[in-house]
Design a protein. Structure first.
Lengths: 297, 224
């Protein structure tokens, strides 16, 4: 395979083996020293004291703070995922429309929401919209709508790139069978695009899940709010709580990434049904630099 | 509708965006340096370094930035007593830069690593065949070509970094999003105008940046 990183260096000979062993020891010691230094710093501040970690052995901590926060996080993430997938498909198709009066507004919406920080949108929805509609907006919907507008726009660009990458023969064959535009889009193009862009889509969903942590800022009782802020207000263990909660996020996101890898392998092994271009996502049209879609807050 | 006729509000708005630019600038440089070093670690022949790079990427890429920034303030500063400046704002600023660059470096590392994989294997094999060492192969042959391939992803990372820097507002820096929140709270009726101004500045700043990087990526692409 053309995996450059595997051919960057030779199979080590006797001298290289000695050198590698020496470097391994040197860098190993350096990294251990770094970890030890961090450990000492924490120790000096008394952060390894049993009292700070004991709350995590008690059921109340989990049921009262962490699990309730986790539930709120997952609820916001699931709602946001469903809505932003729908938003993404609609605006991707809209941006590919033959009518300029659909294409241009859809493009403007997508470009705008991709450029505006999520926090700005959440603040607007949470603090300004209540003035306009003369009714309060719950923190949950402020977070979910913000997430939907931002991640939906990013997904719209991913879908659009995927749809454009489906070989032309696919839609030509469908038109030849007498299908109309809507039918071609629904049955031929969107499913193939979704499959070929699956890695991008899932990494964007990971971003979405992480971004629910912004709910902390508008006091939505999600994992960061409950598990770190409220919990440490009770037990005075900010550092310990932040580490435990970070570990929970890392596990969940790693599971999602693993799921993406498994889904990708599964669709590939179905052989012949995925278009060729699925293996290498196409270069995006200039100006729409989308690879960084995976970079979120 | 007289939000932006009050000079104090204009000053606050301008200084909010200046903080964003300063945060983005410093974090971008740090994250780029750190990210390239991490990427070199991840492709190196030494397992300990590969493990370190992989651990960094997996930890920081999968943790919410809000939590990292939160930890920088309440963990590093409040609890562990890491103070970076006498000035209150500058202290928060540098804590924010630490959080933003450790987080962004993980993404830079992954972008550079996938850039390295776009360089045809023959290039590295030829370099080895003429006797270049690992460091030479990487520095002279592979990274310059990979660098051209990662212009577009690095552009997106820079744009995301600029937007993410608003999160430093959560630990008390009066950057643009916090200024916007305060203005909305004082001038509720002008909410749409205020949002339009703040979002508009971001859009004016970032949409052209996106096109610039797209154009650069096309121009610099290695024709194969």
């Amino acid at each position: 395979m053309s995996n450059t990183s595997s051919v960057l260096y030779d199979h080590p000979g006797p001298r290289a083996k000695v050198r590698n062993t020496i470097l391994t020891v040197v860098f190993g010691v350096a990294i251990l020293a770094l970890l030890w230094w961090i450990y000492r710093k924490f120790d000096d501040a008394g952060q390894w004291a049993g009292d700070l970690w004991k709350p995590f052995l008690e059921a109340n901590t989990w049921t009262g703070f962490i699990l309730s926060g986790l539930r709120a996080t997952l609820l916001a993430a699931a709602t946001g995922m469903a809505l932003s997938l729908a938003f993404g498909v609609i605006f991707a198709v809209g941006r590919l429309s033959d009518h300029w009066w659909i294409r241009v507004p859809c493009g403007a919406v997508v470009e705008f929401f991709r450029a505006v920080p999520l926090l700005l949108m959440i603040f607007f929805i949470f603090y300004a919209v209540p003035f306009l509609i003369q009714a309060p907006v719950s923190a949950f919907w402020a977070v979910v709508i913000g997430l939907t507008l931002y991640n939906g726009s990013v997904l719209a660009e991913a879908f659009r790139a995927g749809i454009r990458a489906v070989p032309l023969g696919q839609s030509e064959a469908a038109y030849a069978l007498g299908m109309r535009k809507t039918l071609v889009m629904r049955h031929i193009l969107v499913p193939q695009a979704a499959r070929s862009m699956l890695p991008v889509i899932v990494s964007q969903l990971v971003v979405l899940l992480k971004d629910t942590a912004l709910g902390y800022i508008v006091a939505y009782p999600e994992l960061l709010q409950r598990g770190v802020n409220d919990l440490s207000a009770n037990f005075g263990n900010v550092v310990a709580a932040a580490m435990v909660i970070a570990a929970i996020y890392i596990v969940i996101n790693s599971l999602l990434t693993l799921l993406a890898g498994w889904l990708e392998r599964r669709t590939r092994s179905r052989g012949g049904r995925t278009p060729k271009s699925a293996d290498t996502p196409p270069p995006l049209p200039s100006g729409t630099t989308d690879q960084g879609a995976v970079v979120g807050a | 509708m007289d939000v932006f006729s009050d000079p104090r509000n204009i000053d606050a708005t301008v200084s909010g965006f200046l903080w964003i630019l300063k945060l983005t600038g410093a974090s971008a440089v740090l994250a780029l340096v750190l990210g390239v070093i991490l990427a070199a670690m991840r492709v190196s022949p030494i397992p300990v370094l590969r493990l370190f790079g992989a651990a960094w990427v997996n930890i920081f890429r999968n943790t919410p930035l809000t939590l990292i920034i939160f930890f920088c303030y309440f963990g590093l500063y409040s609890t562990l007593g890491l103070s970076l400046s006498e000035d209150l704002n500058l202290n928060i600023y540098w804590l924010g830069v630490i959080g933003l660059s450790t987080y962004t470096a993980a993404f830079v590392c992954e972008a550079v690593r996938s850039g390295i994989n776009t360089v045809p294997a023959g290039q590295a094999e030829a370099a080895r065949a003429i006797g270049l060492t690992f460091a030479q192969t990487l520095r002279i042959i592979v990274l310059p070509q990979a660098g051209r391939a990662v212009v577009a992803p690095l552009g997106s990372i820079l744009i995301a970094l600029c937007k993410n820097s608003t999160i430093v507002g959560t630990i008390g820096l009066m950057e643009s999003s916090s200024v916007m929140k305060d203005l909305i709270n004082s001038y509720g009726n002008a909410g749409i105008l205020i949002f339009a101004v703040f979002a508009g500045v971001f859009a004016l700043l970032l949409i052209p940046t996106g096109y610039l990087f797209g154009w650069l990526a096309n121009r610099l692409a290695v024709r194969r």
